[in-house]
Design a protein around this ligand. Structure first.
Ligand code: ZN
Length: 353
């Protein structure tokens, strides 16, 4: 298989077996298998190790007694692993990401913050204070709150008035962080919703007040024709500095868009804008294969967990590992900048636009 796995059956292989089994099963087993296949990417340990240690696999998310029996059967007698289809290709598991990061411990230590997170203001589960507390625990210098902008109603998108009210809450959280001597500051940001023409859904003057602006596509994501021009238009949008979850892919659900990526990355490099690694396990977008092309173009890369709750800040390891695996140079990772360097970069991009 050439996957270089350290176990006869690693979690990626189990995920694939679960996905294939799901396609042959009936409801409700079908749904349970499909869910477990997705969750396998964030299981904290290799299932094979847990099984070898005589522990129960039901400690893994999405695994009940029935699925445990199925997975144990595979571990005891490994079946042939089919090559995953494109819709399930290029996703790292947490143990695989940690193995990659363990080869260069200095890499993860360069991280200063997370640049895509959601709060209760849109579709997240945590308050800004709770998200900040989780970021303090991780030793961050900054955390960008990127709640959805107004047109994404399904995700509780916020309008200009809410964005300004949110600013006051961020100010209060930052004041109390400063008072308690914490280095963390919450950055004002937003996940701007871009239409296929690359236009945003918020007035530019409201965006100019923010520390950094992320723009993302959320519509027409199943187009199969080349979307290079859409990306070029989005990158030229003067209000954004980061293009988030560029392909719009979702594990086992949506393949995402295609483009002449080398050209997209060249345009980003020319405009000094960043493309994102959305480290949410189901997204992992950009993935390692595209990051290798981005590396060649020399464009900036931003890492965001797309966390919808405080515990999900942990997904950052998937993004860090993808960037390291693609050998993105340190100075191209936006999250390795200090807070003042980050603000200087955003200012420079705005002046250039
Ligand atoms: Zn999004």
């Amino acid at each position: 298989m050439g996957r270089g796995r350290s176990h006869p059956l690693d979690n990626a292989a189990i995920a694939e077996l679960l996905a294939v089994a799901s396609s042959k099963a009936k409801y409700p087993l079908q749904k349970a298998l499909r869910r477990a296949s997705r969750r396998a990417f964030v299981w904290p340990e290799e299932a094979a190790d847990i099984h070898a240690a005589g522990r129960s696999l039901t400690e893994l998310s999405g695994v009940g007694p029935h699925l445990e029996r199925i997975i144990r059967g595979w571990l005891d007698e490994p079946p042939e692993i089919p090559e995953p289809p494109s819709i399930r290709t290029g996703f790292l598991t947490l143990p695989a990401a940690r193995a990659i990061l363990s080869h260069r411990p200095k890499w993860a230590a360069l991280l200063r913050g997370d640049l895509q997170t959601h709060s209760e203001w849109s579709d997240g589960s945590g308050t800004i204070a709770e998200m900040a507390e989780a970021a303090v625990e991780r030793g961050y210098e900054y955390l960008a709150i990127t709640d959805h902008a107004q047109s994404l109603k399904i995700a509780g998108g916020i309008d200009v008035r809410q964005l300004r009210r949110q600013a006051r809450e961020i100010e209060q959280v930052n004041a109390s962080l400063a008072e308690s001597g914490q280095p963390l500051r919450v950055l004002r940001s937003i996940e701007l919703n871009l239409n296929p023409q690359g236009e945003g859904d918020m007035p530019p003057d409201a965006l100019a007040e923010l520390d950094v602006v992320l723009g993302c596509f959320h519509s027409a994501l199943r187009k199969t024709e080349d979307q290079t021009e859409r990306y070029v238009r989005a990158l030229h949008n003067p209000d954004i500095q980061i293009l988030g979850h560029p392909r719009g892919r979702i594990y086992n659900f949506r393949l995402g868009l295609t483009a002449e990526w080398a050209r997209v990355f060249d345009v980003a490099a020319e405009l000094d804008k960043a493309l994102e690694i959305d480290a949410y396990p189901d997204r992992q977008d950009l993935n390692v294969a595209l990051l290798r092309l981005a590396k060649r173009a020399g464009c900036r890369i931003s890492i965001g967990t797309d966390a919808h709750g405080p515990t999900q800040l942990a997904f950052i390891e998937l993004g860090l590992a993808a960037a390291l695996s693609a050998r993105i140079p340190e100075d191209r990772v936006v999250n390795f900048l200090t807070r003042s360097e980050l603000c200087a970069w955003v200012g420079g991009v705005r002046d250039g636009s």
